[in-house]
Design a binder for this molecule. Structure first.
Ligand code: NAD
Length: 483
């Protein structure tokens, strides 16, 4: 609405994320009038760009979604560019003058959103300068948005957090985990807590196991340098997978406020049992790396650009999580994520136990929540087969969102930036969650390192190494989704 007033200062305004996600998201908010007259954007980065050139870049970034050239132009006219080296104190004075003048020109009432779309190694430097050189206002709100990776282990994330906290409080910080901005991820809480069918049976006495798959079909593409230092465990499990685990198993929050939701998620993450890695040949968390595809059309990870030819980096992880609470102790949560898998798919499968009566030899009821790119819900029940006798036939109840609906739903960045604008922190990763999930991930990383085992390989375009299947077979189970 007209009420949203803010100056966005985007550090890394020439970067990939800014062009691919942030400018389109801001434009969509403009189109829906969440942003109108009273907003301005300063893009900063090292390069020397003119305002005109920057506005052209912004228009290019939104050309596929723009209503018209004129509308795109009107939007882009709110953008200014300021070349800036984040380490140079003088540059913050220049930035402050520009910020103050835009504040006046667009009547922004001192509201500022500092979006750090840059390497986290700069976060501390930027935030301390913002405070010291007084880019932080005292008449409006000042919010800092940061991108992953938030540290590379618990220690470094704590350091990073302390650095930022020296200038900004936790309630001014918005740590983006774009999974939390996905409509279908947010739907998990509605499905779980607004349906008596589930509130009464979403527990250890009814559920047999939960499975989470975040699979990608792409390899590392151009991100070899970053990825080879990171791997799937840190890139996907520490953040996105852990958040989905927490949403699937947390107790109902008292309300959908940040505090209540956060407390319930932290309760779960704190209760995660350290995985048993003592059996080095079949630990509870296994890793994998893609090799050449069977037909030879896709190259091995180690052949990728900017990847070490002897790399031990995990491009795949599968694991068994145990949540050590009375509610969940006996319900394993199996997770897997990786690159160069058969299909791009994020989904949750919840598998109920069989009934206690022995009338049928039924397949267990299960619920699939498709998080993306397919979106929707499928519930698989048992029905009676038409005809004599009492034979069973599967009854899938399927509600998949149409392409049109998906197209029209707000995209994760759009939703999250709007949340920043209105000051709703519910769908962001809070320090307590980040800290607990790093501790969990660090323990796995350490065990892998100490085990001194070669990394299992899997052919590109498969569903991961054999170990990922053994993990469930050992428990007498299998992956529900097995393309
Ligand atoms: P990028 O390399 O494309 O952009 C980095 C930006 O930082 C550029 O604008 C560059 O000019 C600027 N920069 C670098 N050093 C600078 C300095 N000393 N002073 C001033 N400006 C400087 O990176 P990106 O892909 O846009 O990613 C930005 C951040 O978002 C990173 O932390 C990345 O990990 C994170 N992220 C990116 C994506 C994505 O899809 N691209 C997804 C999730 C998280």
């Amino acid at each position: 609405s007209q009420k949203n007033k803010a100056l966005f200062i985007i550090f890394g305004g020439t970067g990939d994320l800014a062009q691919r996600k942030l400018y389109p998201a801001l434009y969509r908010l403009y189109k829906k009038e969440y942003l109108s007259e009273h907003f301005a954007v300063i893009g900063t980065a090292r390069r020397e760009w003119s305002d005109e050139y920057y506005q052209d870049v912004v228009r290019d970034a939104i050309q596929d979604i723009a209503d018209s050239d004129d509308h795109a132009k009107a939007f882009a006219s709110h953008f200014r560019y300021q070349s800036h080296n984040v380490k140079d104190t003088e540059h913050y004075h220049t930035l402050k003058r520009l910020a103050d003048s835009l504040d006046e020109e667009y009547q922004l009432e001192g509201n500022r959103i500092f979006y750090l779309s840059m390497s986290p190694s700069f976060f501390g430097t930027i935030t301390s300068h913002l405070k010291e050189q007084k880019l932080v206002t005292d008449n409006g709100f000042n919010r800092v948005v940061i991108e992953k990776p938030f540290g590379t282990d618990y220690e470094s994330s704590k350091e990073l957090n302390d650095e930022i906290n020296a200038s900004f409080d936790e309630d001014q910080l918005y740590r983006i985990d774009h999974y939390l901005g996905k409509e279908m991820v947010q739907t998990i809480l509605a499905l779980r807590f607004a349906n008596r069918l589930f509130t009464d049976s979403w527990n250890a006495s009814s559920i047999d196991n939960i499975q989470i798959t975040l699979s990608e079909d792409l390899g590392v593409e151009e991100r070899g340098e970053y990825y080879d230092k990171t791997g799937a465990l840190k890139d996907m499990v520490q953040n996105h997978v852990m958040q989905v685990v927490a949403l699937l198993t947390m107790n109902p929050p008292k309300s959908f406020t940040m505090e209540d939701v956060r407390d319930q998620k932290i309760h779960i993450l704190k209760a995660l049992k350290e995985p048993d890695m003592s059996d080095v040949s079949s630990p509870e968390f296994i890793r994998g790396q893609y090799a050449e595809s069977e037909d030879g059309s896709l190259i091995a990870y180690r052949e990728e650009d900017k990847v070490d030819t002897e790399s031990m980096t995990d491009t795949f992880v599968a694991g068994k999580l145990t949540i050590n609470t009375d509610e969940w102790r006996d319900v394993p949560v199996y997770i897997r994520t990786g690159k160069r898998l058969k299909e791009k798919m994020s989904r949750v499968d919840v598998v109920w136990k069989k009934t206690d009566n022995e009338l049928f030899d039924e397949s267990p009821t299960h619920l699939t929540i498709h998080l993306g790119p397919k979106e929707g819900v499928e519930l698989f029940l048992n029905d009676k087969k038409i005809g004599p006798g009492m034979d069973l036939t599967p009854l899938p109840l399927r509600s998949l969102r149409s392409e049109e609906t998906i197209e029209q739903s707000p995209e994760a960045y759009e939703k999250l930036i709007l949340d920043v604008l209105i000051g709703d922190e519910t769908h962001f990763a809070h320090w307590g969650e980040v800290a607990e999930s790093w501790k969990f991930v660090d323990a796995i990383k350490k065990a892998w390192k100490e085990s001194d085992q070669p990394i299992p390989l899997y052919p590109a375009n498969s569903m991961g190494p054999k170990e990922a299947f053994d993990l469930l077979e050992k428990d007498g189970r299998k992956w529900v989704w097995n393309p």
